[in-house]
Structures are given as C-alpha cells and as structure tokens.
Design a protein around this ligand. Structure first.
Ligand SMILES: [Zn+2]
Length: 422
C-alpha cells in the first residue's frame, strides 16, 4: 500500500470561503468543548480524595470514566438535537476533530508532547473529509466535497494513474486555501536493497551538510535575509494597539512572510535531497534527536535550519528514487579517525580540520564525521567498502571492524577444523 499526499492551491468562490470559515469555526468549538471536558476530568482527579482542591474545580463523580473518543462522539451526536449549528457541518469532519484530540492526548504519553491547547480563530487551520467513498469525486481541475460542492483548484501536477482518492484536507494558510489530497494505491513496493555507491552525511550548524565524498554545502544565505525582514516586522508589532486593525494587518503580513520562509526552505531542501541522491545507491545519516538540540545551546539556529524536516524529506526522496536510506549511531563521530579507527580525542567546535596523529590522515572535520557515518552504515548493512569507492584506504573502519574480524576468525577456525578432520 502506497499513500501519497498531493497539495494543490484551491480557488474557492466567495460562498465556498464562507462555508470553509464556518466549518473551521464549528470545528474549533467542538475541539475546545471536548478539550474542556477532558481537562475538567483530569483536574477533578488531581487532589486526594479526602482533601479539597485549593483552586475550585468541578466535582466529577469518582466512578465517571475518562472521556474517550467513542464516548465524545456519542455526546456529539446527542448534542446535535440542542445545538442546530452542529448539523450544518459534515458529521465525519467533526468526528475527525475528536479523533485528533484523542491522538493529541495519547501523544503526551507516547511521544512526550505537551498538553493540547485551546484554539482561537488563528489556530484552527484545517479540517479533513476522511472518507470520500467510492464514487468519482474528481473531474478536470475540480473536486467534489460534501457541502462545498465542486471546488476548483490549480492542477499543478497530474494525479498519478492507479491511485484512488482516500481523503481530502482543506487547509487555510497565510497565502490562501489549499486542498491536500491523500491518494492510495494498492501495490506493494519492495524495500530498497542496500547497493551502489554509499555516502554518509553529517549535518551541522556551520555547514548545513557535509558528505563523505568531500562535498560541503553551506547553509542557504537567502533565509537569513528573510529572517532579518521578519525581525523588523516583529519589532513593529509592539507599537500597534492590541485588537486594532493595523495590528491585524501587520500580523497578516508577518504570517505571509513566515510562510514564504518555510516554502523557500522546503523547496531548497527538496532540491538538495535530489542532488544528494544523484549517482548514489545508499545514504546514511546520524540518528540525532533534533528536539533535544533545539532545546539546547543552539536552539534557534537548529530550528532555523530545519534538520528534522530535511531528514524526513531526504528519506522520502530516497524512497522515491530507489536509494537505500538508514540512520546510524551518532556517538563519537567527531572523535574517531575514518582511516585507521583510532580515537583522536574530542575536538573543539573551532577545530575545523581532522588530522590523525596515528596515520596522518588530514581532511575537513565534517567530512571526516560523514565518512565515519558511512562506514558505520556500511557495516550495519553487512557490506564492505570497495577500494574503488574510498579514496585511499585498506579496510572498513570507524566502527571497529569487528564484523570483518569475526568473519575472518571464523574462517580460520573452520580451516583448522577441516585440517584436524582430514
Ligand atoms: Zn588515522
């Protein structure tokens, strides 16, 4: 099963804009109500049973179960009798809001995410039609959606053959409305086999990417000029009165600029990912949790660089181009020599050159780290670097060539056994 999401710019009529905005409002109300219900339940269980809460809380009976998706769906259906506004929106769209809340609550435990937030009108930005059924919903550059009718969109690319429309999400962005189509095709794609020319990739703040082949790619400069522009606008914000029209206008301007930055960055990252895939059979990257980086010393720069997004883009592009992609252990990539496997000790951030006291290998520090990543990746997939593929080198290094050594010693053992047998 392959599923893809294609994003198109929507061209809604003024009536359709009204319906979209109305749907977003109702979705937001449902989200906030359901979140309040869950919060109240949690708050009522905060203090001990024989004590009173210092802050006043709703008293919810001790045997009342925790609100769940299924139970909140039932409440929603019942509420439609009293609240006719709920009937004006597709039922499945509203259920998806509750489902998303359930996911958000579960993600707190699973992924360590924060508590879901109440949403104001700027924060509720999308809704989804989860099932578009079997009938034909696409015609030319239009899509038929419940309540909205035929919605026109800019068909910037063809929908691939053999794919069926699964769901459609309407998203409001600063630059207009977009429709995201999830397409599915019932084929099994075999996993990519690790084969071909391998490269390792080291991500950094100084240089965005260094590859084991010695290519070094800088951080894009155009983003920093856009960031300066953004800062200027954000400074103006504090002079505008809260709730004023001018403030609203400036906020819109900031939002558009934010989107331009994120679009530009994404475009650049896609192009870079394709470039890295050219003539390459395997790509290995460090397994880094960038959320921890973002919290640490380099916080802002890490977020600006968007490493996490780049890795997921790279993974997707590799999949699409048939390039093997894997993550490897990240520890000590800057402290080992890629040529002779010797520990060279910790480097300072300002040491830009790797020079090995054992074998005299000298190269860029980030390139050396990328070569370690490549060597680790190769040993992870059980492959050994050809002499052709490495500039000058004898053996697979960087991971301790334990695998190779164990294979060799086993072979020796077998030979010895054969000798004694004969
Ligand atoms: Zn060395």
């Amino acid at each position: 099963m392959v599923s893809l999401t294609y994003e198109y710019k929507a061209v809604p009529t003024p009536e359709q804009v009204q319906i979209i905005e109305h749907t977003l409002t109702v979705c937001r109300k449902v989200w906030n109500f359901a979140l309040r219900e869950r919060k109240d339940w949690i708050n009522s269980r905060k203090c001990q049973i024989n004590a009173c809460s210092i802050i006043s809380e709703y008293i919810i009976p001790a045997d009342a179960p925790r609100p769940t998706y299924a139970q909140q769906c039932q409440t929603l259906t019942a509420a439609k009798k009293e609240c006719p506004e709920l009937k004006t929106v597709n039922a499945q769209v509203l259920q998806q809001v509750l489902r998303k809340l359930e996911t958000a609550v579960l993600d707190m435990g699973r992924k360590g995410m924060g508590f879901p937030r109440f949403k104001n009108r700027y924060r509720m930005r999308s809704f989804v039609y989860p099932q578009l059924g079997k009938s034909q919903f696409l015609r030319g550059n239009q899509i038929k959606l419940p309540q909205l009718g035929w919605l026109e969109y800019v068909k910037s690319r063809e929908i691939p053959d053999g794919f069926a429309l699964k769901q459609a999400r309407i998203v409001r962005k600063a630059s207009g409305y977009f429709v995201m189509l999830t397409l599915e095709c019932n084929v099994n794609v075999p996993d990519t086999i690790p084969d071909g020319h391998p490269i390792g990739i080291d991500l950094g703040l100084d240089k965005f990417v260094a590859t084991s082949d010695g290519d070094v790619i800088d951080r894009p400069r155009f983003l920093s000029s856009l960031h300066r522009k953004l800062k200027l606008l954000q400074r103006q914000l504090k002079h505008k009165k809260k709730g004023s029209n001018n403030r609203h206008k400036l906020n819109r301007k900031i939002a558009r600029l934010h989107q331009r930055i994120s679009d530009t960055r994404k475009d650049w990252q896609f192009k870079l990912a394709h470039k890295l895939c050219d003539g390459v059979g395997m790509i290995f990257v460090e397994n880094i949790d960038f959320r921890l980086w973002a919290k640490g010393l380099f916080g802002k720069h890490t977020l600006e660089a968007g490493f996490g997004q780049f890795l997921s883009i790279l993974k997707f592009v590799c999949w699409k181009r048939g390039v093997y992609f894997a993550k490897v252990d990240k520890n000590y990539t800057s402290q080992v020599c890629p040529q002779c496997d010797a520990h060279t000790g910790k480097k300072d951030l300002k040491d830009r050159v790797h020079s090995c006291p054992e074998c005299g290998y000298i190269t860029d520090r980030d390139v050396a780290a990328a070569q370690i990543v490549r060597n680790r990746g190769l040993s992870g997939v059980g492959r050994i670097l050809d002499n052709k593929q490495i500039a000058c080198g004898d053996d697979l290094t960087g991971t301790g060539n334990r695998l190779v050594k164990s294979l060799r010693s086993r072979k020796k053992g077998e030979e010895a056994c054969l000798k004694t047998a004969s």
